[in-house]
Design a protein around this ligand. Structure first.
Ligand code: NDP
Length: 334
């Protein structure tokens, strides 16, 4: 039943009204998302006595729970696995009284305050302020072998995992700025980088194309599609189709230890789209230097509003900013 239908019934039916009221939970600060941005926002909001509730979402702990080693988050000199790090940040948020709930936000009404948020189509929240920290999801090619080797040679984050491929041969797939940037970054670590592009040209900006062209250990494979990633327990190669659908179509095999998918990210902002301004890809627009969205009292942090940096540490920092902005906002309303 939709939120609006529920309210309509409620107007005509006292029993329903009681039921609905029982089911509505009021909260000062509702945080949607449980990655580094969401949990960091929770640490700050809880310490500021805002009694935050965090809605974990479908992927509790966020994208980091799908990575292996994290070596670039300050405070872990020996590195840490993504899931352990997220458990640590979660425990820190809980230590200050954050209330963490299972569930996914299925509808919102941000037309007026208190803001209404529905979880799993049944649990209703009313919040004085909302922090959106729903992250972004890396796009994958959709191959079975890609799933099989995730974390065993297949990655969607060069900065996170590139270090493990020092001196090795790897491939990056994609022709946009992310792929170009990742290929350039990885070329500083790996012996050789194949950049697999499905079109006869790169979509990346001119300056990035130039950089790719000027990097001697990057080989660009235009008009190549990935058919399969192959390996034993880990990736050892990829089968590519050259000039797919053309008369001279052929298959080639490249020997690689790592396969980086860089074909874009999808910010998880659809459920807010009716109210919150985004760019054309769906990244939430915030006022530069703040976490403020186009609606007063709704803040955004982490990858859902960051098409560029997308690091755990930048997400955590923006979660802190969002909590501080929220604290100020709530104080101004009281
Ligand atoms: P883009 O959408 O720009 O590019 C995605 C690339 O992946 C395209 O080349 C696309 O191919 C390719 N692709 C998509 N699906 C497949 C598939 N199934 N098989 C093979 N290839 C596929 O995403 P980016 O992440 O690169 O960039 C997103 C935005 O972020 C852009 O606006 C970009 O400019 C910006 N950005 C800016 C940076 C900076 O300023 N430093 C750094 C990184 C990103 P095709 O071209 O054929 O569609």
């Amino acid at each position: 039943m939709s939120f609006f239908k529920t309210l309509k019934l409620n107007e005509n039916d006292n029993n329903m009204s009681d039921k609905l009221n029982e089911n509505i939970e009021s909260v000062k600060c509702l945080i949607i998302g449980s990655g580094p941005a969401g949990y960091t926002a929770a640490i700050y909001a809880a310490r500021a006595n805002l009694k935050p509730i965090v809605i974990q979402g479908m992927e509790a702990g966020g994208q980091l729970t799908t990575t292996t080693e994290v070596e670039n988050f300050p405070g872990y000199p020996e590195g840490v696995t993504g899931p352990v790090m997220m458990e640590d940040i979660k425990s820190q948020a809980e230590r200050f009284g954050t209330d963490i709930r299972w569930g996914e936000v299925t509808a919102v009404d941000f037309s007026k305050r208190p803001f209404k948020v529905i979880v799993d189509e049944e649990k209703h929240f009313e919040a004085e302020a909302v922090i959106i920290a729903t992250g972004a999801t890396a796009r994958y090619l959709g191959l079975e072998s890609e799933q099989k080797y995730k974390g065993a040679g297949v990655s969607a984050c060069a900065t996170c995992d590139g270090f493990f491929y020092r001196g090795k041969n790897i491939a990056v797939v994609g022709g946009g700025d992310t792929a170009a940037e990742e290929a350039i970054y990885l070329s500083g670590l790996a012996k050789k980088v194949y950049l697999i592009i499905r079109k006869p040209f790169m979509r990346a900006s001119k300056v990035m194309i130039k950089k790719v062209e000027n990097t001697s250990n990057i080989e660009v494979l235009y008009e190549h599609n990935t058919k399969e990633i192959v390996g034993t327990n880990v990736v050892t190669g990829a089968i590519l189709i050259k000039r797919k659908g053309e008369i001279d179509e052929c298959e080639i095999k490249i020997n690689i230890d790592g396969f980086f998918v860089a074909i874009g990210h999808k910010p998880n902002s659809e459920v807010f789209a009716k109210y919150i301004n985004t760019d054309k890809t769906g990244y939430i627009k915030t006022i530069p230097g703040t976490s403020k969205t186009n609606i007063q009292g709704i803040f955004a942090a982490g990858d859902v509003q960051d098409p560029i940096y997308r690091q755990a540490v930048t997400a955590a920092a923006s979660g802190c900013i969002a909590a501080l902005d929220t604290e100020k906002f709530i104080a101004s309303q009281e």
